[in-house]
Design a protein around this ligand. Structure first.
Ligand code: ATP
Ligand code: MG
Length: 400
């Protein structure tokens, strides 16, 4: 599975080797290939320095040159080519204070986090596995390269990465690795939130998230992470893969206090999706009439509601109330969505100006309220979406 991606990248290894340097596939792609899992991106490791790599290829981007990474653009694909490196001292349990380039593959593999990620493969598919990564793949085990205590104290992100790989692969954590996680968990507080979030996003949608989430709770991982430490995480449980946005929405819906997402440095799109899902979760139980349901589908969108609907059992497990199954079910969500006369405010055949003209009244907060009333009346089929009829309806039904 996925061998095509390696085939496509072959010429890059070839070019590097033609220049008398060594080059190998490495990291997640090799691990996933050996496990027969789909491969998404290919990382290449080489004895050539970044300058030497730049010289060999026509199109390169120096995305992380100081850390040894050059992006090689080949046949419109991007390949990360990173020079073999070793890492000097670590300060504060995060990121090495300096990296230095080496010419030896084994040294490069040695600085990698887990044995399953420390396997290299040359262009003839010959595997270089100095740390028994293949044995750990076969035994489904996540184990650090070298002494776990040392590796976690160098970079505490590896603790979260270990849990993330457990969620993705369904492997168990090697005993010494888990025990070092317990000892060193508090170092997580020195990490930047951006690095943590990258791993959380992968962890929470891993197929084996259930076990990994329980381990995270047992390790008190969340006590050391901004935002999450404000929440009583032990009251939460995640038993199926979900998106990061839905996870955060569940946490926010459960929390009694107002939480600010700002500290997590998410994109605006992510923040607004989280708020939207949170509203759906909180309002779902109050949808108890056909009309309320129509407005609900209009306001929040069929797809978003279906997303939340599909995790109803998880909401129940987290003591979040759910809606009446008589009104809200997958079929009814779809039916209502199909029948909506309009899908957004822009489609209303009336605007504020029309109302001001018709009622000869000055603009004010009333206008917004009336427009919302009209919107709801159209959605619930109390009035047709025709200007003349809407004005009549307002005159007869709304106090202005
Ligand atoms: P994915 O399939 O999610 O891309 P991956 O194993 O490729 O997983 P990456 O985060 O892409 O993970 O990192 C690529 C490789 O770099 C890893 O396989 C590992 O060898 C090494 N690596 C990444 N982060 C660390 C770290 N914090 N400490 C040590 N090695 C690391
Ligand atoms: Mg990767």
């Amino acid at each position: 599975m996925g061998i095509e991606l390696f085939e496509k990248a072959q010429p890059i290894l070839e070019t590097i080797e033609d220049n008398e340097f060594k080059a190998y596939f490495v990291g997640g792609s090799v691990r996933d290939y050996l496990m027969d899992r789909a491969i998404h991106d290919i990382d290449i490791t080489t004895s050539a320095t970044p300058d030497e790599v730049e010289e060999m290829f026509d199109k390169t981007i120096p995305i992380g040159k100081e850390h040894g990474t050059i992006n090689v653009v080949y046949n419109n694909e991007n390949y990360e080519v990173t020079t073999f490196r070793a890492e000097a001292e670590y300060l504060d349990h995060r990121r090495p204070s300096e990296v230095y380039f080496v010419r030896d593959l084994k040294e490069d593999l040695q600085r990698r986090d887990f044995t399953i990620n420390a396997i290299a493969m040359d262009r003839y598919y010959k595997v270089y596995d100095y740390f028994d990564g293949q044995r750990d793949i076969n035994q489904q085990r996540i184990r650090t390269v070298g002494n776990a205590q040392e590796r976690f104290s160098e970079d505490a992100l590896r603790i979260i990465r270990g849990l993330r790989f457990q969620a993705q692969l369904g492997f168990s954590l090697d005993e010494a690795t888990y025990s070092a996680m317990q000892d060193q968990i508090a170092d997580i507080e020195h990490l930047s939130i951006e690095r943590i979030i990258v791993e959380f996003k992968k962890l929470i949608k891993g197929k084996n998230v259930s076990q990994s989430y329980r381990n995270s709770l047992n390790l008190s991982l969340f006590d050391y992470v901004p935002f999450f430490k404000e929440i009583d995480m032990s009251e939460t449980t995640i038993t199926m893969p979900i998106s990061f946005e839905i996870w955060l929405a569940i946490l926010m819906a459960k929390s009694q206090s107002e939480l600010s997402l700002a500290i997590l440095k998410l994109s605006n799109k992510e923040k607004s999706m989280i708020q939207l899902y949170k509203k759906i979760i909180l309002e779902l139980p109050n949808v108890n009439s056909k009309d309320a349901f129509r407005i609900f589908v209009y306001d929040y969108g069929e797809q978003n509601i279906l997303e939340i609907f599909s995790i109803q059992s998880l909401l129940t497990l987290n003591n979040l109330a759910i809606s009446s199954p008589l009104i809200v079910n997958a079929k009814s969500i779809n039916e209502v969505a199909q029948q909506l006369p309009i899908h957004e405010r822009k489609e209303m055949n009336i605007n504020g100006g029309d109302l001001l003209n018709y009622f000869h009244k000055k603009s004010g907060p009333w206008l917004k309220e009336v427009l919302r009333e009209i919107e709801c009346a159209i959605i619930t089929n109390k009035v047709q979406n025709v200007k003349k009829e809407i004005l009549e309806w307002v005159k007869d039904n709304v106090k202005i």
